[in-house]
Design a binder for this molecule. Structure first.
Ligand SMILES: O=C(O)C1=C[C@@H](OP(=O)(O)O)[C@@H](O)[C@H](O)C1
Ligand SMILES: C=C(OP(=O)(O)O)C(=O)O
Length: 783
């Protein structure tokens, strides 16, 4: 053992402690096993200066030698007792079935005093129950520093050379908190994992093993099995030679370490066998569907699986339905002067949401065209799929919804994830409050901060049992089903404190199942798509000025819905044409429902040149082509009754106001503070960055316009009103798009950060903007 003797204390640790003001978390960390996980953790500890000394134990002497030579380790050995003393953290990173022997070595090397003396013993194994059992057998009583853990990270490459300090970044580490463990040991270990980039969560050992059996052990087993199956064919060479990408993807993990997986399969045998049995049942079902040529059922199964795969990915990441690699996307915009052309804007978001909801609850089939394939509407779509509704598409804006009737929804197996979408969450709260089953509604970080008591409180008055379980009247929403409550909702008359179409729609939708009449009184008119679509589906709605009522107990009949272009999305291009020199833009077949046309009214009051043509009615909603040309805008006091009719358009109206001559004053718009961001504060911040003088008030904004009264179309008179700069959108889609429009009157480049949420309402915005003459470069910020 002379080599190991030599290895002890042979290397000075080149610590970079000068860059850290805090002392390292540990005095000495001892990593047992320099495989991929052990070596990666050692490297991460070294790189992050988390320990004064780092030692390791591994039977493979060359790895120890190399690690010492490379300065990773201060010492190492094949014999644990030669290096472990003095460690305040021992990390066991050996195959599961070797852990017992390591426990014995630790017990032999360290006396009880050393073990009790602040030493944390942890592991990185993929099974937990057997590790805890092994520890109980070896140590008479479990050491207080024993913290079983499992970093859910790995790669098919194994061994010391495959190590990466970043292996754990953005991965989860599960810690099993035992009643015997000292809380400070848990905290210190948690800190270590967080510093190396992991997210730590607690779980009990049995639950951990059952979950991992399904999510990790079963897939590995299947991958090994499929490769074995193909390899045993006589024509296996051809099989592998012509193997398609699917085989490559599926079998990737079969390149993992066989010894490790052998141990795991035995260590977690009962959970794995039950996961495998369940898998067998599903496999048989699919086999039978193919034998029976049951196309509908097979499509249903494949569609559900495809959607669930996407959904769970986002749900786990708690992000909107954007590609998560694009989470730090930005726009780099070069100023341009003019826009022109004839374009089609994507479908209306509000109507798209409602088409899914009412189509699902109707009897018969509903065919939708022009559906907005933006993340918000897709969140609604996914929620109804989760509740058992078969929805084909979206395919180029087309959907076929196989309605399940008023009482046909089924409980979702998981919380319903609403992403970034307030409309989805609030309207669904009304529908779910009336269902027989319990539900949970959750959303992304932004949505989980928005007020939900505005719907929960009136729903409670109708007899709903609903709780906003977030910090302050916010989501997640927990809803108890009527089967448990024992009686249906009761109709009521509700005097709404805010003019919110979401609150109104939530209550009217709940009212469809309530006993008696549900009446909502709105302080101002708000968008009436719910009322219109209910009528189109044959459900009587009584509208008397600002009073809207439904009787419970009716039914909906499916039909065709043509979703018009979204006037809220069109607004960006309307302002773009209005503020820029020599512009003329036509936006085709935009919805001009009078409860949405506040943007047209306000721009006209500001002297904009807007005309409508080809006015028709599509499925109960009026539409028209909108043409807008550049004009000299002037500042105005925005009439308060127009606020709910242009509620989503104010961010871009603030851009118009900045280009107008004179002051624009907005009041009565407190609601803007509780959208995807505080749109008053965030817009003011951005405007000030770009050199606009504006004053934030409690319920609005005062903007000093920088336009002049000289014809905008005269050369030299289309002066820039904005400077350039760096804008943060606070991940609010409408803020991002509004500042993009500002580039038409900017003197320098504008960079807008956090634009990935544009996909919630306006997929393809940048491409369309570039098509009409703007110059937006999208940086997806993918790592
Ligand atoms: O009902 C709807 O589809 C919507 C209503 C509005 O919200 P409020 O009801 O909160 O005003 C609007 O801001 C939102 O984008 C869509
Ligand atoms: C406020 C908006 O949507 P929601 O409330 O559905 O998130 C919006 O699209 O501007």
């Amino acid at each position: 053992m002379s080599r190991q003797q030599n290895n002890i204390n042979t290397q000075n640790n080149n610590m970079q402690s000068s860059i850290h003001t805090q002392p390292p978390l540990f005095k000495q960390v001892c990593v047992i096993g320099l495989g991929l996980i052990g070596a990666s953790l050692a490297q991460a500890i070294k790189d992050n200066v988390l320990s004064e000394r780092l030692v390791a134990v591994d039977r493979h002497a060359p790895s120890i030698d190399e690690a010492i030579q490379q300065g990773l380790l201060d010492a190492g050995s094949a014999v644990l007792s030669e290096v472990v003393l003095g460690s305040d953290l021992i990390v066991i990173a050996v195959p599961v079935q070797a852990v017992d022997a390591v426990f014995v070595d630790i017990k032999t090397a360290m006396d009880n005093r050393q073990l009790a003396d602040d030493c944390i013993i942890t592991d990185v194994c993929s099974t937990k129950v057997n590790i805890i059992e092994a520890a109980k057998t070896v140590f008479t009583s479990l050491p207080t520093g024993f913290v079983p853990a499992h970093p859910i990270a790995g790669a098919e490459n194994s061994g010391y050379h495959a190590r990466r300090a970043t292996l754990f970044a953005n991965h989860s580490v599960i810690i099993c908190e035992l009643p015997t463990t000292n809380p400070s040991a848990i905290n210190r270990l948690r800190q270590l994992w967080e510093v190396v980039g992991a997210t730590v969560m607690s779980m009990d050992a049995e639950h951990h093993d059952a979950i991992l059996a399904h999510t990790s052990h079963l897939p590995h087993l299947l991958a090994f099995n499929l490769v074995e199956q193909l390899a045993s064919h006589d024509d296996n060479l051809d099989m592998f030679r012509y193997a398609a990408g699917g085989f490559r993807d599926f079998s990737r993990i079969a390149a993992s370490d066989p010894k490790m997986w052998h141990d795991i399969f035995f260590a977690n045998h009962s959970a794995i066998v039950s996961a495998l049995d369940e898998y067998g049942v599903y496999l048989q079902t699919m086999r039978q569907l193919i034998i029976d040529k049951d196309s509908t059922a097979l499509m249903g199964l494949l569609g559900r699986a495809q959607a669930a795969r996407r959904h769970f990915g986002h749900m786990l990441a708690s992000t909107p339905y954007t590609d998560t690699s694009a989470m730090s996307a930005s726009y780099n915009i070069t100023p341009s002067n003019t826009v022109s052309g004839t374009i089609t804007i994507p479908g209306d978001k509000s109507i798209s949401h409602r088409s899914i909801m009412l189509g699902s609850l109707a009897t018969g089939v509903t065919k939708v065209t022009g559906f907005l394939e933006g993340e918000d509407a897709l969140a609604t779509l996914q929620a109804f799929r989760d509740m058992g509704v078969t929805i084909e598409g979206p395919d180029n804006g087309q959907l076929t919804i196989h309605g399940v009737g008023m009482n046909g929804l089924k409980p979702s197996k998981t919380p319903l994830y609403m992403g970034n979408s307030g409309t989805s969450m609030r309207l669904l709260a009304g529908i779910l409050a009336a269902q027989s089953f319990d539900s949970v509604l959750t959303g992304d970080t932004s949505l989980n901060k928005r007020p939900m008591e505005r719907v929960a409180a009136p729903l409670r008055e109708m007899g709903a049992v609903i709780q906003s379980t977030g910090h302050s009247g916010t989501a997640p929403l927990s809803i108890i089903g009527r089967d448990t409550v024992g009686q249906p909702l009761q109709g009521m008359e509700y005097d709404m404190p805010v003019a919110s179409a979401q609150v109104k729609s939530c209550l009217l939708l709940a009212g469809l199942w309530a006993e008696g009449t549900t009446t909502v009184l709105q302080p101002e008119v708000s968008r009436d798509h719910t009322e219109r679509m209910l009528s189109a589906f044959g459900y009587p709605v009584t509208v008397d000025g600002n009073r809207v009522s439904v009787e419970g107990g009716g039914t909906l009949t499916g039909g065709d819905i043509a979703v018009p272009a979204d006037i809220s999305s069109a607004a960006f291009f309307m302002v773009a044409a209005a503020i820029s020199q020599g512009s003329e833009l036509t936006l085709t077949q935009v919805g001009i429902n009078p409860t949405r046309t506040g943007i047209i009214d306000i721009l006209k009051l500001m002297n904009a040149d807007i005309s409508l043509s080809n006015e028709t009615d599509v499925g109960g909603e009026p539409v028209a082509d909108i043409t807008i040309r550049s004009s000299n805008l002037k500042g105005i006091e925005i009439p308060e009754h127009l606020v709910p009719l242009a509620i989503d358009e104010f961010p871009v109206l603030f851009i118009a106001a900045s280009c107008a001559e004179g002051r624009t004053v907005l009041t009565g718009a407190k609601e803007l503070r509780v959208k995807e961001s505080d749109r008053i504060a965030v817009m003011a911040e951005g405007l000030q960055t770009l050199g606009i003088d504006c004053t934030v008030t409690e319920d609005g904004l005062i903007i000093e316009g920088k336009g002049s009264n000289v014809d905008i179309n005269e050369v030299n008179n289309s002066q820039p009103v904005f400077g350039g700069g760096y804008i943060t959108s606070h991940h609010d889609h409408r803020i991002a798009m509004s500042f993009a429009v500002a580039s038409l009157r900017a003197s320098k480049q504008i960079t807008i950060e956090g634009v990935e949420t544009v996909n919630t309402s306006f997929p393809g915005f940048a491409e369309l903007a570039n098509q009409i003459g703007m110059s937006i470069k999208v940086d997806n910020g993918a790592a």
